[in-house]
Ligand binder design. Structure first.
Ligand SMILES: C[S@@+](CC[C@H](N)C(=O)[O-])C[C@H]1O[C@@H](n2cnc3c(N)ncnc32)[C@H](O)[C@@H]1O
Length: 239
């Protein structure tokens, strides 16, 4: 991934049973270019490399019985400790459906960190003692359950990396995006002027920037009220 990441401002270390999944989609487009430019770095550690037996076992049956397998605390802790050698100041995040919900505000908060250690779980997840002993912060990307944390790590890192300085070309293109000021974004249009009988709203073609701004603001408000009354309530609460 990044050859020499000692100078990189933002370092991510992903702990996973499937290091081959990285950088995956993060290696493409905006995040991929930023990775190549050294604006951020990505390392992976495989839990299996820190297993304590010759079979490289990382999981075991749940104490108290029940279905599935649990990731062993000792193996996870060894992997975390190795990750902290790469990223000693890392915020330690365990991707977990039980965690604090990830959102744009949280992405901004994490973009200020120099380093992140991201633990991708598998099976039934981590033995609770690994979470406790290594003071992991649990973060969820939504109220649904996936088979592993790797895709959650993609989502989190994609949202964070695009906020790092120099990653997205024109910083102003981030200003009006959805969730800025709790508003969803206004609709976008481009050529052709007419598509299957549908026209671009005329205000966008008239060159009056004050009117265009007003139209966009009104559209953003209407769409937020309709689709996300929870966000709209936050705006009204702040007024
Ligand atoms: C099958 S899940 C474990 C679910 C767990 N038994 C529960 O009910 O909360 C396996 C792993 O996928 C990841 N994962 C699944 N859904 C997630 C979500 N919504 N957000 C973040 N990580 C998730 C976590 O790393 C988790 O340890």
């Amino acid at each position: 991934m990044a050859d020499d990441n000692s100078q990189t401002r933002f370092k991510a270390v992903c702990l996973t049973l499937f290091p081959e999944l990285f950088p995956g989609p993060l290696g493409c487009s905006v995040t991929g270019n930023a990775l190549k430019q050294g604006l951020w770095s990505l390392d992976t550690l495989n839990y299996r490399d820190f297993a304590l037996d010759k079979h490289r076992t990382v999981d075991d049956t749940p104490a108290g019985g029940g279905p599935g397998m649990v990731m062993r605390a000792d193996v996870a802790a060894q992997t975390i400790d190795a990750g902290l050698k790469i990223a000693p100041n890392a915020r330690r995040i365990y991707l977990s459906p039980r965690g604090r919900m990830f959102d744009q505000e949280f992405a901004k908060e994490l973009a200020l960190e120099p380093e992140l250690l991201l633990l991708c779980g598998r099976f039934e997840g981590l033995d609770e003692r690994a979470i406790e002993a290594r003071q992991l912060e649990e973060v969820s990307i939504g109220d649904f359950v996936m088979t592993g944390g790797e895709m959650a790590a993609y989502c989190l890192l994609d949202a964070v990396v695009r906020l790092l300085p120099g990653v997205v070309g024109a910083a102003s293109s981030l200003d009006n995006e959805s969730f800025e000021a709790n508003l969803l974004e206004h609709p976008h249009y481009t050529r052709p002027r007419e598509f299957e009988g549908l026209e671009i709203p005329s205000v966008l073609l008239e060159g009056n920037h004050k009117k265009i701004d007003e139209w966009r603001q009104a559209e953003a408000e209407a769409i937020t009220k309709l689709r996300r009354p929870d966000l709209w309530q936050k705006i009204e609460g702040n007024e």
